[in-house]
Write a new protein. Structure first.
Lengths: 282, 283, 332
């Protein structure tokens, strides 16, 4: 098994009063060790659902079929205990809005050391040291102050670093990032992205990055997946993207929606709601 | 996570609420009719007691039996609905008029008048409504109207705050500005334009308040400070029936209590449904 | 609970001063409200028809000496503001006036009746918090059937007034089952608890239902929050997630409502004490109103309002403990 992650024909159906709705319609892709893969697409294309399915975080009431293999193990067949172990040690997830994703009533230090309350059960001083070391890894210069702070006292950029620290805490082989920089300003964005790259390189972890910003994905990833309405419609490399070797019209449309500072446009192009439905109907 | 909004969900809730609307509106209507037609429907004089027929069980003559003074319970229950519904009606009329007026005034002025009204509301709110009612009754002699007035005062802040919140939204609408620039006076705009738009909200609140007022007023009568003997009233009946319970005859209190609960549930549920429908299916 | 070394936290003195100042501010506000309320109540009771001296003397109202003596003793001829001032200074010093009905000081009357009411309220509050929270938690975590049946039960409990509940409970548990006594407060602690069980349940039922509703809604809402997903994604087990993240965070709205409900219990004692024939402050108030013993009405009313305000203020203080974002002394 050379690939760290193998997703085969992932399907998700959610029952509604109108009848069952297909949320994921046969998503398949692989991620090699150390590789960075980006997923782009509009809202509702299933990017987040796919990412969450990788660690079994499927919405209540949905039925999922297909295969997801992490390091050869099928995620969907794992016992609850093994699944928790997977989430804790093999996969790390970074969320979009750190202020919403981190519990506001506990201090940052408590947030970081939470998994260490049980196994292994660490002493206070040891836990503090470890947490401080973690923060140093993500280039936070005054770890003591940050550890003692509450999330609302820290900036978005700082908190996102904390989230990254939490994600790499057990040196996972796979990092999942769901729009990690969308809530940040541009300068902080590049800092955080650079940090993610660094951290990744340290241990050769793979990365799956969701974003709606093609520029970001082209700068960071080795491969790009384009999703539309629950399916992967195209796979390409950044080089191919820049060279314009795009096979799918949807990808073209998506690209053209990105406004360029250098070119004057009277009207911004949009992708009409049902424009590509027929093409990608199952 | 992409939001999958089950659009079909709304229809099912809609159906249920329409069913509920008819059910509760119908029952309310029945209750009001019963109250109005009480003199025609009651088989006996509610205040006429036959000492020989004290605490009788249900019979052909007395459908629900008699009380400790030999009075027919069924007739007393029927007549009791009159005071039970009249009191809340007074409360609702007074509190809604005053509350709406104050609420719109506060929303329109938004200056020191608004603050003053707000402070007044806070002050009244700091008194538990039961206590306020009791103080009123302490000063004036006990009776239905006294109790109703007291409860009205206690309810004004609740209605006032709601109206103010809704009115604030209305007042910021462009059409109000348009009317102002056309030279219409504030009173005219408030009464002829803002107020009609607030009706649905007010109506829903009125119905719910009617139910809660029923509870408060029956409670005051239960304490002996509302409706006085020998008038029949559901709250009063619950109190007078207490003496009979110890002797093994809980009927008077239980029947009156049941009638009260049915009526209260009716009006409060009706008000809830009206409020939900007004918000387009969402609370 | 924290694994973090507490010596790292910001210097203590500054924070403590802010807290103390805040508490002083709140107490001041409460005192101001009480002052206004007591003055208004006093004025209001003055407006009552009937001469207090006449009421007190009853049959001996024709005796001019008696009339004069009473007027001097109670200062009924003094201007209203003076009378209020006398009452206020007396109240602050613990002299709550004299009840002509019972022929004793109001303070001793209150003292003898306070334990019953206090016990009732405490008993009821415990029921509300424990039972209401537990029921709400169960409803939030259970399947459709349990959840719906609990909801129906709650709706009925919420709509039924306390006096009706009292009647039903008395009929079922006292009359038919004979498990509890019908009236009275009992002697001795355990006997008292026995007597107060039905009253406490009556007092607490509606509030418990409200508490259960809020708990259920709060927990259900919190379950969907992002930080809960994060906790799950980090591999924490279900019980820890529930306890430390779902329930802990939903405590804020739950506590607010709990505070308001407990405050409402104070007002509810009036009806419950009357229904069960308990000798507490609530029944004292009703009796005093019926017989126009205004000294008692004034003092007891203020006590009730004070209890009400204190309960509400305690809720505000709890905020700071539960949600660090609202803590005083934080600058963000």
């Amino acid at each position: 098994m050379n690939s760290l992650l193998e997703v085969t024909d992932l399907r998700m159906v959610m029952p509604t009063t109108h009848g069952p709705t297909e949320l994921l319609r046969g998503v398949s892709f692989t991620v090699a060790r150390g590789e960075a893969v980006g997923i782009v697409g509009e809202s509702g294309s299933g990017k987040t659902l796919t990412l969450r399915s990788l660690i079994g975080l499927t919405p209540r009431g949905s039925s999922v079929s297909g295969q997801v293999r992490v390091d050869g193990e099928s995620v969907m067949d794992l016992s609850p205990r093994r699944l928790r172990g997977l989430r804790r040690e093999q996969v790390g997830m970074i969320f979009q809005d750190p202020h919403a994703a981190i519990n506001p009533v506990y201090r940052v230090g408590d947030f970081l050391t939470e998994p260490w309350r049980r196994s292994p059960r660490l002493e206070r001083a040891a836990a503090t040291e470890r947490a401080a070391a973690l923060l140093a890894r993500v280039r936070i210069t005054d770890p003591e102050r940050v550890l003692a702070s509450f999330p609302h006292q820290l900036s978005g950029g700082m908190l996102q670093r904390v989230m990254i620290a939490a994600a790499v805490m057990h040196d996972p082989g796979l990092l999942l990032a769901d729009e990690p920089t969308t809530a940040l300003d541009v300068t902080t964005q590049s800092e955080v992205l650079a940090l993610m790259n660094e951290v990744r390189a340290e241990h050769g972890a793979s990365l799956i990055l969701i974003t709606h910003d093609i520029g970001v994905v082209a700068a960071v990833c080795d491969r790009i997946l384009v999703m539309y309405r629950g399916r992967v419609v195209e796979e390409l490399t950044p080089a191919q993207l820049y060279a314009g070797e795009i096979s799918e019209p949807y990808t073209e449309a998506l690209l053209s929606c990105r406004p360029e500072v250098t070119r004057r446009q009277d009207r911004l192009p949009v992708v009409a709601a049902g424009a590509f439905d027929e093409r990608y109907a199952d | 996570m992409s939001a999958v909004l089950p659009a079909g969900q709304a229809t099912r809730g809609d159906q249920a609420s329409r069913l509920g609307l008819w059910f509760f509106a119908g029952t309310s209507f029945l209750l009001v009719t019963m109250a109005i037609l009480a003199p025609l429907l009651a088989p006996h004089d509610p205040n006429g007691g036959d000492v020989l027929q004290v605490l009788q069980p249900s019979s052909a003559e007395h459908w629900l039996g008699t009380d400790a003074s030999g009075r027919d319970l069924f007739s007393r229950l029927l007549y009791g609905s009159r005071t039970a519904l009249l009191g809340p009606l007074v409360v609702v009329l007074v509190a809604t008029t005053a509350g709406t007026a104050l609420g719109i005034l506060a929303a329109w002025r938004r200056d020191w008048v608004d603050s003053l009204v707000g402070r007044l509301f806070d002050l009244v709110f700091s008194f538990p409504s039961m206590l306020l009612a009791l103080l009123f009754v302490a000063v004036m002699s006990p009776g239905l109207i006294t109790a109703a007035l007291a409860v009205s005062i206690a309810f004004i802040p609740a209605i006032g705050r709601l109206v103010r919140a809704s009115a604030l939204r209305e007042v910021n609408e462009p059409y109000v500005q348009a009317l102002l620039t056309q030279g219409f006076g504030s009173f005219y705009i408030c009464s002829r334009h803002v107020l009609p738009n607030l009706w649905p909200v007010i109506l829903a609140q009125v119905t719910t308040s009617f139910g809660y007022a029923m509870v408060e007023l029956a409670g005051i009568s239960f304490l002996g400070l509302g409706v006085q003997e020998p008038t029949a009233d559901w709250g009063k009946l619950i109190q007078t029936g207490q003496g009979s319970i110890v002797r093994g005859y809980p009927q008077e209190s239980l029947y009156a209590g049941t009638a009260l609960v049915i009526a209260v549930v009716c009006f409060i549920s009706l008000g809830d449904i009206l409020a939900t429908r007004k918000n387009g299916g969402h609370r | 609970m924290a694994v973090i070394d507490p010596s790292v936290v910001r210097p203590l003195p500054r924070h403590a001063i802010a807290v103390v100042l805040d508490v002083i501010g709140r107490v001041g506000q409460m005192a101001a409200t009480l002052l206004v309320a007591s003055f208004l109540t006093f004025l209001f009771l003055q407006a009552a028809p009937g001469d207090p001296v006449q009421i007190m003397l009853g049959g001996r109202a024709n005796d001019p000496d008696a009339v004069r003596r009473l007027n001097e003793q109670f200062g009924f001829e003094d201007p209203v503001l003076v009378q209020y001032w006398n009452w206020l200074t007396g109240f602050v010093h613990g002299d709550l006036g004299t009840s002509f009905l019972f022929r004793e000081d109001v303070s001793s009357l209150v003292g003898s009746r306070l334990p019953t009411t206090a016990l009732l309220v405490v008993f009821g509050s415990i029921l509300v918090v424990v039972f209401g929270f537990a029921l709400g938690l169960i409803a939030a975590r259970s399947g459709r059937v349990v959840d719906t049946s609990v909801s129906v039960f709650l709706s009925i409990a919420l709509a039924t007034p306390s006096y009706v509940i009292a009647i039903v409970l008395i009929t079922v548990f006292s009359l038919y089952l004979n498990w509890f006594p019908v009236f009275g407060s009992g002697d001795g602690f355990l006997d008292r608890l026995h007597h107060l069980t039905l009253p406490a349940i009556t007092l607490a039922l509606s509030s418990s239902a409200a508490m259960a509703r809020v708990t259920r809604a709060s927990i259900k809402e919190e379950e969907h929050r992002d930080h809960v997903t994060t906790a799950i994604a980090r591999g924490l087990d279900r019980r820890t997630v529930l306890r430390r993240h779902v329930v802990r965070n939903s405590l804020l709205p739950i506590t607010t409502v709990a505070g308001i409900l407990v405050a409402a219990l104070v007002a509810g004692t009036v009806i419950v004490e009357q229904a069960f024939g308990l000798d507490g402050l609530g029944s004292l108030l009703v009796l005093a109103i019926t017989r126009k013993d205004y000294a008692v009405v004034q003092s007891v009313s203020i006590l009730v309002i004070a209890a009400f305000l204190v309960a509400n203020a305690l809720v505000d203080l709890l905020y700071g403990i539960i949600d660090p974002r609202t803590r005083i002394g934080d600058n963000r």
